[in-house]
Design a binder for this molecule. Sequence first.
Ligand code: PLP
Length: 399
Amino acid sequence: MATNAPVHTGRHFLQIPGPTNVPDRVLRAMDMPTIDHRGPEFAKLGLEVLEGCKDVFRTKNPVIIYPSSGTGAWEAAIVNTLSQGDKVLMAETGHFATLWCTLAKKFNIEVEFLPGDWRHGASPEQIEARLREDRAHTIKAVMVVHNETSTGVTSRIAAIRKAIDGAGHPALFLVDTISSLGSIEYNHDAWGVDVTVSCSQKGLMLPPGLGFNAISDKAMAAAKANTMPRSYWDWHEIIGSNKSGGWPYTPATNMLYGLKEAITMLQEEGLDNVFARHLRHAAATRAAVRAWDLEILCLNEDEHSPILTAVLMPDGHDADRFRQVTLDNFDMSLGAGLSKVKGKVFRIGHLGHFNDLMLMGTLAGVEMGLALAKVPHRAGGVTAAMGVLTGAEAKAARS
Ligand code: PLP
């Protein structure tokens, strides 16, 4: 029956910074009969994905896989390592750091929240200074969001590790890699992170539904001594079952089939190539935004996110109305501005299962949307991005 609603043909452009496009290969891998999660076939799958995850987090230690969203994995990191009344240091990088802080407070964790302007990453200098002051070592953990998905700013995790070491402070280091794992360089072991929190629906190219905690020996020891009541999230029992490829409860079987395929895809491309691809697409996107004469929310050159670009709307123009125009006209979803920046920014997601032409389609959709929504801008963003992708600018600079 014909209606007045626009009929969209071809594929929807899902250009939010997660959930991301799920590759057909992953969808096909998940399209399997659900098997006995206590049988030998499942145990093989369980052991394979648990081992494969270590590669992606770059750790030799166990990785916990929960049937949960990222928020569950946030909670798991807290209830396993911290006790009621413990003090932690966090940095206000944006909406997601604020949510993690709120969650921690619900468990009676005392959070010292270093204020931020949502345009910079967590400051290693500020963290080091605060830890140096804490001579009695009352701060039990430093908690940082690696890639702040609400602002397009990536914090420098290796530098923050150095800052903690520089202060000679024994605090645990808890890092949210929910929108960075499998797309931005990350090294759980080499960067001395104690708990890395992540989930399935971003760089891992899976649907939402899996949460992760990668844990250090120091975090395991903290968990053993920790008095916080916990059951579903408790690492101890899960690690015990995982040794033989099982879980203490019914795992998300078909998501694990998908995870196995997604890890294979990341290994085939090579993680370093995956990171380089995201950096290149981010550089092309920023060239487009600058050519449009619009402002990028992130202010630090060395903190631009490789996986999304948050763009400020000119005064008097509503980002959500602009996003509605791109959705209605081009069947493309762009990320909304969240809480403090609602209506003020839109976010271009360029991560996961993605290539040059998908990026060009995305940027063409944005440029056409800006024109249709009558947002003041200069034309030529798409051309500028093509210049970055084809290396024309680099060649011109050499000749
Ligand atoms: N942390 C970051 C950086 C995120 O981007 C998100 C979601 O987008 C979350 C945490 C919350 O994850 P979830 O919505 O899967 O619970």
